[in-house]
Design a protein around this ligand. Structure first.
Ligand code: FES
Length: 121
């Protein structure tokens, strides 16, 4: 797949593996991989906006937003649906899930197991 240095931190890098477009996300010391196909209408989900999950709560002054640094999410490029990069699950409807793949880092190399090891959505 590539060396760890080939993947910028807090970014999604789209690569092709055996004819399948896969987004590889480096998030600090963790790596995640997901299919670059949105379960909503098939858009290029990995070309969307990557950020830490935001949670809001109502206060007397309004709504307070707080980031969850350990939980990266991707907002699909087409309609901005939000998916967990860690699990592929949609933030608001668990029936929609992006396929995810296991990632190993071995000797500074990033290895994505596309195929039987993936989790479908
Ligand atoms: S195609 Fe991804 S949100 Fe619609």
């Amino acid at each position: 797949m590539g060396s760890v240095e080939d993947f910028p931190d807090r970014a999604m890098t789209v690569v092709e593996v055996d004819g399948t477009e896969v987004g590889v996300c480096r998030w600090g010391s963790e790596f995640f991989a997901m299919r670059n196909r949105c379960p909503h209408q098939g858009g290029p989900v990995c070309s969307g906006f990557l950020q830490a999950r935001l949670a809001g709560r109502c206060t007397a002054e309004g709504v307070e937003m707080e980031a969850t640094p350990g939980e990266p999410v991707i907002l699909c490029a087409w309609h901005r649906w939000e998916f967990s990069v860690r699990t592929g699950e949609s933030a608001w409807d668990p029936r929609y899930k992006v396929r995810t793949y296991p990632v190993d880092v071995d000797g500074g190399r990033v290895l994505v197991r596309v195929g039987r090891g993936g989790r479908d959505g």
